[in-house]
Design a protein around this ligand. Structure first.
Ligand code: CA
Ligand code: CA
Ligand code: CA
Length: 624
């Protein structure tokens, strides 16, 4: 399918990166770097392929422990000591792993116990539980309009409507609508599938073109009557052309026509009418090959519709394309992947000149095999193709050749997770990868609540390498109820590194949107993020309806607009530091009374003002 590394190739790759492992001595680090080409013969024990997991978690129940700072040979020794363990290699160049099969405290104890055989000092190793964050929970929804109360539906019918959007009718309604609910006698649902994920992970996840067979024959009735009948409902994402698949019988087979989040539910009913229900999401991915395109005629840039792409006009980016448009800049989109064959994106995709595609060799020795157009940390492959649409949308706002704020910048797609969510391990692998592979600006349209040591390390790494990191402030506000990041921190946007910009979302009148988090101290800058009436239109994932553009809203959309403007402005004076670019954008933000005292700059990003200050006679504050 996508991955055909042999174990010997893997060994070579990992050995070459012994240079990056932590050591307490600067001198030995310098020697290790200089000698990295000579270390091949001397590298130690390797993790066997049978102990490796090549996919990220797709749910919270599948996460393991992130281990940072242990050498591959050390990890191999730990695996030998505890046969329950397996491991995902997240970043071979930065010694980042995810270990499965033992609790985080047990992994810590094992490292302490094994100190005498490890090359690393256990006190320099970070072990932290990995977390899974669902993007679905993070996307703002329009506030519900007041509606007359509807007649109540039978409970299981309502559950299927709420979760799968399917209004059952006819025989299906009759089957589910007459269910009796009683936990004591509800059937014990046991669903098997023929597409189980590798190793101990239990989510269903497969490539477009395949199908899944779901089987409920192991389900056991507990009531007086144990004979069971079943009703299946399988639903697809909005861009699918398939109607919900409703069927009866002990099994069902489903063949998707698009990628992303799908959901199945199955209701089991005994002859007395007692029912149980199982409802589970599953994910479909794809690994299309990158197909480069020719640039559009440059006159295009004057013709884009100012109503459709209002956001790029609103922040002065379009007006300033004649001065700078992101030439020579690379922005990393750390997200659900990028539809790199989208006609408005393909020209902007960063191509790694040192990597020969599909020869199963890490030609440029950066630790990642065949990473010609970025990397997929969710599936451990070199096709960071978007399953879900979020990353493609974000990428277009930042750097589409047609309507991106930095329309001549390059996009480095770095896919961080699986389906509609992501895990912290993939995020930190992606940050290190983006910094190491030429990105000047990182787009992070995501967040969570915990302060994590491994993420702090990744942010420090970006700061040290003069990379600007632009992060969404969050979508946790509700009408009349502001989520204040000064009071309740959100990460990673609340980290205080000087190179971080935390971004709020505003509407077309430069007022905060109903969903945007704010923070007088901790949120820095605003940008249009879209509203239900005026969403942000951008590129979308590959889909059978061939919907090329969709409108979305969120601080996820405001963030890439700041990323694009930053790349645009920075390209006018590449000698600036990341901190200087941040200072310039904050100092030249268009002040809005509605933002006063709510975010630190009190304004909306303004490309024209920033470029005027940069190229004008006045020396901008804080700049050389
Ligand atoms: Ca490579
Ligand atoms: Ca290659
Ligand atoms: Ca992939």
């Amino acid at each position: 399918m996508k991955q055909s590394k042999t174990s010997s190739q893997t060994a070579t790759i990992n050995c070459r990166h012994t240079k990056a492992h932590r050591t307490s001595s600067n001198i030995s680090t310098a020697l290790a770097v200089l000698m990295s080409g000579l270390l091949l013969a001397g590298c130690g024990q390797q993790i066997s392929e049978s102990q490796k997991v090549h996919r990220a978690p797709t749910s919270a129940t599948e996460t393991g422990s992130i281990v940072e700072g242990l050498h591959e040979s050390d990890v191999a020794k730990l695996l030998q000591q505890d046969s329950r363990l397996s491991v995902r290699v997240i970043s071979p160049t930065h010694d980042i792993y995810e270990m499965y099969g033992a609790k985080t405290d047990e992994v810590k104890a094992l490292i302490q116990k094994s100190a005498s055989v490890l090359s690393a000092n256990p006190s320099e190793v970070t072990v932290e539980s990995n977390s899974y964050i669902s993007l679905k929970d993070k996307t703002p929804a329009a506030p519900p309009a007041a509606q007359p109360p509807a007649a109540p539906l039978p409970p299981l019918v309502q559950i299927i409507l709420d979760n799968q959007g399917v209004k059952l009718t006819g025989d299906a309604l009759n089957f589910v609508g007459t269910c009796r609910l009683n936990k004591l006698v509800a059937p014990d649902m046991v669903i098997r599938d023929n597409q189980g994920r590798d190793k101990q992970n239990d989510g269903i996840y497969f490539d477009l073109g395949g199908s899944v067979t779901l089987d409920s024959s192991k389900t056991v009735g507990k009531g007086p009557s144990k004979a069971l009948s079943f009703l299946w409902v399988v639903t697809s994402p909005d861009d699918s052309k398939l109607d919900p698949q409703i069927s009866t019988g002990t099994s069902t087979t489903f063949t998707p026509d698009t990628t992303g989040l799908h959901t199945y539910s199955v209701v089991a009913k005994d002859t007395n009418g007692f029912c149980g229900i199982a409802m589970t999401p599953f994910y479909v991915t794809a690994n299309d090959k990158f197909k480069p395109v020719d640039p559009l005629d440059d006159s295009w840039s004057a013709k884009i519709n100012p109503d459709t792409f209002w956001h790029v006009f609103h922040v002065g980016a379009q007006a300033s394309w004649g001065i700078a448009a992101g030439e020579g800049m690379t922005v990393a989109i750390i997200d659900t992947g990028v539809n790199y064959n989208h006609p408005a994106l393909a020209l902007n995709i960063k191509v790694n000149p040192g990597e020969i595609p599909e020869n199963h060799i890490d030609d440029d020795k950066n630790g990642f095999v065949d990473d010609v157009t970025g990397y997929d940390f969710g599936n451990d492959d070199s096709y960071p193709f978007d399953d879900y649409g979020h990353g493609s949308h974000v990428a277009g706002i930042a750097a589409s050749q047609v309507f991106g704020a930095a329309r001549k910048a390059k996009i480095l797609p770095v896919k961080f997770g699986a389906g509609v969510g992501f895990d912290i391990g993939s995020v930190i692998g992606a940050i290190h990868y983006a910094v190491d592979n030429g990105a000047k600006v990182l787009n992070m349209s995501f967040g969570w609540e915990e302060d994590l040591a491994v993420v702090r390390d990744a942010m420090a790494y970006a700061e040290k390498h003069n990379v600007l990191v632009v992060i969404a402030a969050g979508n946790d506000s509700k009408p009349g109820q502001i989520a204040d990041n000064d009071v309740k921190p959100s990460y990673p946007c609340n980290y205080t590194n000087a190179n971080i910009i935390s971004v709020a979302a505003t509407d077309e009148n430069d007022a905060p949107t109903f969903y945007s988090n704010l923070g007088a101290k901790t949120v820095h800058l605003a940008a249009p993020g879209g509203t239900p009436d005026k969403p942000i239109v951008s590129s979308y994932k590959k889909n059978p309806r061939n919907a090329l553009y969709v409108g979305l809203m969120g601080t996820s959309m405001a963030t890439p607009l700041v990323v694009g403007v930053a790349a645009q402005v920075w390209s006018a004076k590449p000698s600036m530091t990341a901190v200087e670019v941040k200072s310039l954008l904050l100092a030249t933000a268009k002040k809005s009374p509605a933002l006063a005292g709510k975010i630190s700059s009190g304004g909306v990003v303004d490309a024209a003002a920033a470029l005027a200050k940069l190229t004008g006679t006045a020396t901008p504050t804080g700049l050389q």
